[in-house]
Design a protein around this ligand. Structure first.
Ligand code: MG
Length: 314
């Protein structure tokens, strides 16, 4: 059943609150821009993705089982209802929407005619848990995380016992093969590649099965055979934990955190923060020059223009 929610669409312009911890961060910011709250009244926003050829943003309101579309010209409209409790999204090189669905416990692709095709729903005869977030590599392979959050309760999907460990998978659309890339983390969540794709960043939001799991940002080496290292580098955030994040063209990581968006250098140094009035779940770059950061945060969506260009699918 789709529950009704009240969505408020008056754009609020807020003075951004920055925290500059390294001088370079101030060069990433623009003078005279506002932090815009584009819409509010949702229950838990997630999975932002910019559709560059059509100039609109898609994002999930997971508990309400919807995907919304937002554009500067038209404002807000419903894109998918129900959405199978979709969470994270990305686009492939053909511009097709790739989605993680809690409800169907699968990875899906929306074809150009609008039909939704299941790409992956199980591994070695067992059901995926609840695919959470996804990224498409330049070779066309689709990498996604599969923690348990969508099956813990009926709030963001359908309650069920997990059959597989929390893991990261790589799906190859050319062959249909699904490979487990890593199960080092308890609840892998957001993920993104470095600009050269030599590294894969994964956020850990876990402690569901492993009480010693350390939440934070993990960086793994990606080998030419498409496997990732067992060892990793690790950064613990100073406030909260990272959920979704994106990388800019110079390799800086723009991640959700407990107090807003943190900007972290490729050396894993915290450069600065943009404080957001609600807990941030995810971000993506979009806009004409991919220099606007769109932010999903609890009940709302926000945007802020930056002097950075994001790595983003079409
Ligand atoms: Mg997530």
């Amino acid at each position: 059943m789709v529950r009704s929610n009240r969505v408020i669409m008056t754009i609020e312009r807020l003075n951004p609150e920055y925290e500059i911890l390294d001088d370079i961060f101030s060069t990433y910011l623009l003078a005279n821009v506002k932090l815009k709250r584009l819409a509010t009244g949702f229950d838990w926003t997630e999975g932002p993705v910019w559709m560059g050829d059509s100039s609109f943003l898609l994002f999930s309101d997971i508990p309400n089982n919807k995907v919304y579309r937002w554009s500067n010209e038209i404002g807000l409209s419903t894109y998918l209802s129900p959405s199978n409790f979709a969470n994270g999204h990305y686009r492939d090189q053909q511009g097709r929407l790739i989605s993680c669905e809690h409800g169907s416990r699968s990875l899906t692709r929306m074809e150009h005619d609008g039909t939704i095709r299941t790409l992956a729903k199980g591994y070695k005869g067992k059901k995926l848990n609840s695919p959470n977030d996804v990224v498409v590599k330049s070779d066309g392979t689709i990498w996604f995380t599969d923690p348990y959050y969508g099956i813990i309760s009926n709030y963001e999907g359908y309650k069920a016992e997990p059959e597989l460990p929390g893991a990261v998978y790589r799906f190859d659309p050319a062959t249909g093969s699904l490979k487990m890339v890593s199960n080092v983390l308890d609840c892998p969540n957001g993920l993104a590649f470095s600009p050269d794709e030599d590294y894969l960043y994964i956020s850990e939001t876990g402690k569901r099965h492993d009480p010693l799991a350390k939440t934070g940002l993990y960086r793994f080496k990606v080998f030419v055979n498409q496997k990732v290292s067992k060892s990793y580098e690790y950064l613990e955030l100073d406030v909260g934990k990272p959920d979704g994040f994106r990388v800019d063209t110079e390799g800086n990581i723009w991640t959700s955190a407990g107090d807003g968006v943190h900007c972290i250098s490729p050396e894993l140094k915290l450069l600065g923060k943009i404080h957001i009035p609600e807990v941030v779940s995810n971000v993506c770059f979009g806009g004409r020059a991919k220099q606007t950061l769109y932010i999903t945060a609890t009940n709302s969506i926000y945007s802020i223009a930056l002097n950075r260009e994001g790595i983003q699918s079409p």
